[in-house]
Write a protein that binds this ligand. Sequence first.
Ligand SMILES: Cc1cc2nc3c(=O)[nH]c(=O)nc-3n(C[C@H](O)[C@H](O)[C@H](O)COP(=O)(O)OP(=O)(O)OC[C@H]3O[C@@H](n4cnc5c(N)ncnc54)[C@H](O)[C@@H]3O)c2cc1C
Length: 291
Amino acid sequence: MIGPTLSRPRLVRAATTQLADALCARGRPVAGATDLLIHGLDTATPELVDLTAMSDARPPVEQLSGGVTRVSATAPISAIARAPVPIPAALAQAIAQFASPQIRNRATLGGNIANASPAADLVPPLVVTDAVLGLRSADGARSVPISDVLAGPGRTTLRAGEWIDYVDLHPVEHSGFRKLGYRRALAIAVVSLAWSWSATGTRLRDVRLAAGAVAPTVVRCPHAEAALTELTPAVVATAATAIHQDIAPIDDLRAHAWYRRDALSGLVRELAAPTEEQTGTQLSERNTTAS
Ligand SMILES: Cc1cc2nc3c(=O)[nH]c(=O)nc-3n(C[C@H](O)[C@H](O)[C@H](O)COP(=O)(O)OP(=O)(O)OC[C@H]3O[C@@H](n4cnc5c(N)ncnc54)[C@H](O)[C@@H]3O)c2cc1C
């Protein structure tokens, strides 16, 4: 024998959601395969269960009663962005800043959640919209808040055989997402921030902030949320300092911990003074107006 024999997992296609429940009891779910291919195929997994061709798959986005938006966890995220039903701005902006058009045509919300990267772009928008995941398995269905599913880098609390079917997003008045990467496309976040709030005049209520790539999981930022009562530069500067109490960044190949702390403060400060990119204002337009 020249070398070890490699056994490759078999790819089985779930033709319906019910078949997916049965197949996931013994195999590992796969959707766009954009993460699975990076991390390599686990030869201990006998079967991969393809979730992308189920005949009874739900539409990419549905509007439910109470303003809840139900988003498919197995549809490509480009289909979610194109859907006729609107999605919260934070999620739309995160999809727009995600990878490249080719990856967005394959990658799914379910894969982004189950991959459990602290830098996953789509997770902060789910945290600030109090998202609830719809999970399925051969044992039945259950609903779990997103914050109960994220356990650490690469770890979730999903049970064996469970797969993510949909994500319910609760209505928010204002929301947004911004990430800092080393280039504009195909960049993993050095830090990211999603926000949501309601406003009465200049006063903010129900402020939610979620930061990515600054702790073992995406985290809510209670100290910064309490400080962010309005969007004046002074108040926002206080929140930008308070957010340091909410995070535990590490040094890694993309950035030092101190850089991440300062960069996240910068993203918070931009809430008071949106960049041209955020407002969509081109420099040339401003020059024209000014002249
Ligand atoms: C070039 C490139 C650029 C990228 N850029 C970004 C980026 O900008 N931002 C970002 O956040 N990520 C990025 N990624 C990572 C990846 O694209 C995302 O995490 C994507 O959302 C994964 O979705 P998927 O459907 O491809 O998951 P898959 O690769 O199919 O699966 C990933 C993991 O999730 C599990 N899984 C998949 N679907 C389900 C489900 N429905 N239920 C339960 N478990 C499931 C799989 O078993 C596997 O463990 C990039 C990847 C590549 C290759």
